[in-house]
Design a protein around this ligand. Structure first.
Ligand SMILES: [Zn+2]
Length: 75
């Protein structure tokens, strides 16, 4: 019977996990040795939301610039 009570070092983020850990904080699966989505991440929608929000902000700035131009060069 082999002793497996060694800390697991994540091959992806180098985080040292407890021997009983099945998955790293970054989502690395020690059982299947493959990358999984991190279950600690609660912000899976954040990039998309930030992208939409950033797009709206850029759109507002563009509209303001266009309005300023129209006022400057308009009648
Ligand atoms: Zn990791």
């Amino acid at each position: 019977m082999r002793q497996e009570a060694q800390a697991k070092t994540c091959p992806k983020c180098r985080l040292i996990n407890p021997p009983e850990a099945e998955r790293c904080d970054c989502g690395w699966d020690f059982v299947e040795n493959c990358q999984r989505r991190s279950y600690l991440s609660t912000s899976t929608m954040a990039p998309a939301a930030a992208g939409i929000g950033g797009g709206i902000i850029v759109l507002i700035i563009l509209l303001k610039v266009i309005f300023a131009l129209v006022r400057a060069y308009g009648p």
